[in-house]
Design a protein around this ligand. Structure first.
Ligand code: SF4
Ligand code: ZN
Length: 737
């Protein structure tokens, strides 16, 4: 234990406390004491102060108590040469520095409300506003839970700047590959890692797990506020129970600080503060170390670590276990890249969009395929000009002694997130409406379609060891081949869909949950019943049942439906209880058969969205592949953007294409009789089944009564048409919520 570092840290804490006292005086002179002060949109006040002391700072007046505590925490200056006894006062000084930081940041937000891009997951690059400030509760809930459910092992708080842009990028991407969040704060002589990353072309924001908090050391407190809110919200720790709170962090949140550049007194104070949480500091410069262990799991401060070792050393010091699956592709790979987008300016080429893109998984005989073989039939990415939109067929064959044909859809549905995990590659959709975007950076690094095959081969083996022995993947990029695969695939989708054709919701006691989409839509839970296929179209009741057999602790769990609370709208007690838990208390109930009253939640990958058309006394539905206008005034993309985050939005509901002709489709609102408009391609795709349903409901020409865009895309035009053809919706009871 060094006297020097203790001296610096205590000095730093004095500086920070005096500074905020001064600012407070100035602000108080210009404003009344009851002026509101807050981190916007959070129920946790100033979270570090609130969580540790129970004090709710809401006005300038409320500053007095915590300022008082800061003063009391400041220890006497270090005078004598001494050994270990410094740790106690040092920790107190650090805590005072952090309280002061939080108060300082609150005053900043009061005086300069536009300094941070508040309430957003993304930076406002266009206006040069790159600092996100404290996360509001929406962002916090979505992201904080990942620290609890294990999808993010922890965070690296990086303060300062690296000596070069390349070093900054290397360190951060290494953490990203290990699925850690990277919180950025403070500057080194005016340079920050955040700016270095932007210059290097790295996407920063919550969606890539690289979070630029602020340019000053005081903004590092946002990282601690985030950790403490997680302990309260997900760990059940009460505000004011500081002992439990700090222990929770030490044991559960794997975090540490990397100090890049010269460590001044204020940084030393903040670092000392972090030791209270059990978060050690690992720096690249020569600062006095605090090696003995005690509070942190291992050492407290480790100095002089070379840049190419800092990631490893940090992880070792914090005692973190990360598992990285070695997947041999030229790009980084892992869940951290799932939310990353490939924007127009970054796009090299894409598959799907206005071209056909189809995925199919088929079971094969063991001797029919060669494990690990990846074939590209037609031009690969290297043969494509920038800006190309190409058709694509992804045909995966799997074999295994325990494999059953029923498992095909489950394996197929994995293609989406497994491809999305590739850095610089984006995957949307499923089945015959998939869409893959490849970035310029990925192509520069030598990315080829083959690498998607490498990923699928490796991950299918890892995740489905029990049932899969061999995987072979073929890519088709020539139109005629893709069309052939698509035709085959559609016939198989139909067969899969029809496996539930004659089943009813009343006929089974068990439904299945699907929470596969929670990484994008955290409160979203699909409940899949025989008569309500998952809204992505990829999972029906049979598929969920098979998925549960393969993986009993996986995303598809049986739900005892229990007492029926509403037969018409489709609501069950057992389902409500399950959904409440699985949505972490966000959704208490929903109806299976209604879009007007508490409909099921919708995530971004639904095949179609139904919307009420009040004037027509009916509903419309629009599929993802239709890009034109619709009579509800919104295109599919707008609708999906508005409700795809896992909300239940009365008047709208996401559903699968197949679901339109399932007998319980919006039965609570009057059923298919209400369907007045849908795009022509959608109508034609399910023509056969629509005609059959028409006959079933005693209106043999019902198919022709449904308007499409050739009739019109306004409610007026549609209504006129409905009257002309005598559509049943016109004379039904008013559609109400
Ligand atoms: Fe599962 Fe629903 Fe997502 Fe489909 S949309 S993968 S059923 S959660
Ligand atoms: Zn989804």
């Amino acid at each position: 234990m060094s006297k020097l570092v203790a001296f610096a840290a205590i000095q730093g804490a004095y500086n920070m406390v005096s500074k905020v006292e001064g600012r407070y005086k100035r602000v108080l002179a210009a404003n009344s004491a009851d002026t509101k002060v807050e981190f916007p949109n959070t129920a946790y006040y100033l979270p570090v102060i609130y969580s540790l002391t129970g004090i709710k700072v809401q006005t300038l007046e409320d500053f007095k108590k915590p300022l008082d505590i800061c003063r009391k925490l400041l220890p006497p200056h270090v005078k004598r040469v001494n050994h270990l006894p410094y740790l106690g006062p040092l920790l107190d000084a650090g805590m005072a520095a952090l309280f002061a930081s939080e108060l300082e940041e609150a005053l900043r937000i009061l005086e300069d409300p536009n300094f941070y891009v508040l309430g957003s997951e993304e930076i406002d690059d266009a206006n040069n506003r790159i600092w996100l400030g404290p996360a509001d509760d929406t962002v916090f809930r979505k992201r904080g839970v990942e620290f609890v459910d294990g999808s993010a092992p922890g965070f690296a708080a990086i303060v300062g700047a690296a000596p070069t842009i390349e070093i900054a990028k290397d360190i951060v991407e290494d953490y990203q590959r290990k699925n850690l969040y990277i919180f950025l704060a403070a500057n080194q002589n005016g340079t920050t890692v955040a700016e270095q990353l932007i210059e290097a072309g790295v996407q920063i924001g919550w969606n890539t797990r690289i979070v630029p908090f602020g340019p000053d050391i005081s903004s590092a407190v946002f990282a601690l506020g985030f950790a403490n809110r997680a302990a309260m919200a997900f760990g059940g720790v009460q505000a004011g129970d500081y002992r439990k709170l700090l222990l929770y962090n030490k044991e559960r949140i794997f975090a540490f600080v990397n100090a890049l550049g010269d460590v001044n007194a204020e940084w030393a104070a903040a670092a000392a503060g972090c030791v209270n949480w059990g978060f050690p500091t690992i720096s690249d410069t020569d600062i006095p170390e605090i090696l003995p262990t005690g509070i942190c799991t291992y050492e407290h401060v480790v100095a002089n670590v070379p840049h190419d070792q800092i990631v490893e050393k940090s992880i070792e010091t914090r005692g973190l276990k990360v598992t990285i699956s070695e997947i041999d592709i030229p790009l980084s790979y892992g869940p951290a890249f799932e939310g990353e987008r490939v924007r127009k300016d970054d796009l090299y080429c894409q598959f799907g969009a206005k071209q056909q893109c189809t995925e199919l998984v088929n079971m094969a005989e063991m001797n029919e395929i060669e494990d690990g073989k990846v074939i590209v039939v037609g031009p690969d990415i290297a043969d494509m000009k920038p800006g190309t939109t190409s058709p694509l067929g992804i045909f995966v064959q799997v074999a295994g002694r325990e494999f059953q044909q029923d498992f095909e859809p489950i394996i197929e549905r994995q293609i989406h997130h497994l491809t999305n995990y590739i850095q610089g590659v984006m995957h949307i959709g499923q089945r015959d409406i998939a869409w893959v975007r490849v970035s310029k950076q990925a192509v520069e690094k030598g990315f080829s379609l083959k690498h998607i095959g490498v990923v699928l081969h490796a991950k299918f083996h890892q995740d489905f060891t029990k049932i899969i022995d061999k995987v072979q993947v073929t890519f088709y990029t020539k139109k005629e081949d893709v069309d052939k695969l698509t035709e085959k695939a559609r016939a198989e989708y139909r067969t899969r869909d029809e496996r539930v054709e004659n089943m009813t919701d009343e006929g089974v006691e068990t439904f299945y949950s699907c929470t596969l989409c929670q990484s994008f839509a955290p409160s979203h839970v699909c409940t899949v019943s025989p008569e309500r296929t998952g809204l992505c179209g990829a999972y029906n009741w049979m598929d969920c049942k098979a998925s549960f057999e393969i993986n009993p602790t996986g995303p598809n769990q049986p739900i005892e439906k229990g007492e029926c609370l509403d037969t018409k709208l489709g609501q069950w007690k057992g389902v409500n209880e399950f959904v409440y838990k699985a949505s972490r208390g966000n959704i208490s109930h929903y109806n299976f058969y209604s879009l007007m009253i508490d409909p099921m939640t919708t995530c971004g990958c639904c095949e179609a969205i139904a919307a009420v058309l009040p004037m027509c006394n009916g509903i419309m539905t629009v599929n993802r592949d239709y890009t034109g206008d619709t009579p509800c005034g919104m295109k599919f993309t707008t609708l999906a953007g508005q409700m795809g985050g896992g909300a239940s939005s009365p008047g709208f509901v996401g559903h699968s294409k197949y679901n339109v002709t399932q007998r319980k489709f919006v039965a609570g609102d009057g059923g298919i009789h209400r369907l007045v408009w849908m795009p022509k391609i959608f109508k034609e795709e399910i023509k056969e089944r629509l005609i059959k349903r028409g006959e079933e409901i005693g209106i043999p020409n019902f198919y022709d009564m449904i308007a499409d865009e050739t009739v019109g895309t306004t409610e007026e035009e549609v209504y006129e048409f409905l009257q002309k053809v005598g559509h049943p919706a016109v004379s039904m009871d008013p559609i109400t919520g």
